[in-house]
Design a protein around this ligand. Structure first.
Ligand SMILES: Nc1ncnc2c1ncn2[C@@H]1O[C@H](COP(=O)(O)OP(=O)(O)OP(=O)(O)O)[C@@H](O)[C@H]1O
Ligand SMILES: CC(C)(CO)[C@@H](O)C(=O)NCCC(=O)O
Ligand SMILES: [K+]
Length: 257
């Protein structure tokens, strides 16, 4: 069994794989204050609740877009799993040719998503991840990671509305029946949901023109099903894309240590 860990700005998602099968996955909130012992307690409890034997974890693969937390999780793995994890970054083989001006700048989660999407669907591709930020990643048919776009995420945007406008409340993100909202809540829901759906279609349209091809569009992230149901461009939603990518990268680097 292996453990994969996707450290995002909002959530840390963990997956336990046996071969290619995802046996368990867990989502905990990202805490910049938590210590390796505190993360250890969480892992211990999650494993115990789901019957995972920590001694059977052969290796750990981590990706992080929150630099201060990597060391804490690495320490947790050494102490409680007796394993030194691999971390997506320089020296790790991804199989992609990173065509960013400075490849070190690319968020590890974007690289991991791209690796999974290329393996599962084949390029050319656009990967959309609805996380803290919404990211668009473009990969051509030859496995070149071309770059993409970064947009304020749905959570951030929704929060900004109620924090900055006195009369706008906190809302449930549900699809309203109509785009013409006749009360504040419906108006906000319409704006967010149809707005983000339109944003996806609009950015993808421009990417298509710039790539000069018809890429497949694959989406992931907690809110992907809700938004993508309203788009024309998204062909596939895969909520486990990042975990799959981490598993693949582990397989490609397990003997590299
Ligand atoms: N039902 C909802 N209503 C409002 N906001 C939501 C809802 N579900 C998720 N969000 C917000 O959308 C954002 C993305 O959520 P999600 O759980 O997909 O993030 P994530 O993939 O864990 O992000 P990251 O990987 O960046 O940590 C978060 O900021 C979250 O607070
Ligand atoms: C955009 C986020 C925050 C999405 O998680 C992450 O991928 C990140 O911090 N990226 C670094 C900047 C870049 O990818 O160019
Ligand atoms: K994410």
């Amino acid at each position: 069994m292996i453990l994969v860990v996707d450290i995002g700005n909002t959530n840390i998602v963990l997956g336990v794989y046996e071969g290619t099968e995802l046996l368990h996955h867990f989502r905990i909130s990202t805490s910049r204050q938590a210590t390796s012992d505190e993360y250890g307690v969480m892992i211990y409890n999650l494993f115990r609740m789901s019957g995972v034997d920590a001694d059977k974890i052969e290796g750990v693969m981590i990706s992080s877009v929150v630099p201060p937390i990597v060391g804490v999780i690495e320490q947790m793995c050494r102490t409680y799993l007796k394993k030194t994890p691999l971390v997506v970054g320089p020296g790790i083989k991804t199989g992609l040719n990173l065509r960013y001006e400075n490849p070190r700048e690319i968020g590890a989660d974007r690289i991991v998503n791209a690796v999974a999407a290329v393996e599962l669907y084949g390029g050319p591709l656009v990967v959309v991840d609805f996380g803290t930020a919404t990211t668009f990643d473009c990969i051509d048919a030859q496995g070149n990671y071309l770059g993409g776009a970064i947009v304020p995420g749905i959570g951030i945007s929704t929060e900004a509305l109620y924090q900055r406008a006195s009369k706008l409340p906190r809302i449930e993100l549900e699809k309203p029946k109509k785009v013409i909202g006749r009360n504040t809540v419906h108006a906000m829901q319409a704006g967010i949901i149809y707005g983000y759906a339109g944003q996806v279609d609009g950015i993808v349209k421009r990417i298509r023109q710039e790539m000069d091809t018809e890429p497949k569009v694959v989406a992931t992230g907690g809110l992907a099903p809700l938004i993508c149901a309203e788009t024309d461009s998204v062909r596939e939603v895969n909520p486990m894309l990042t975990l799959e990518g981490l598993r693949l990268i582990y397989e490609r680097n397990r003997f590299a240590k």
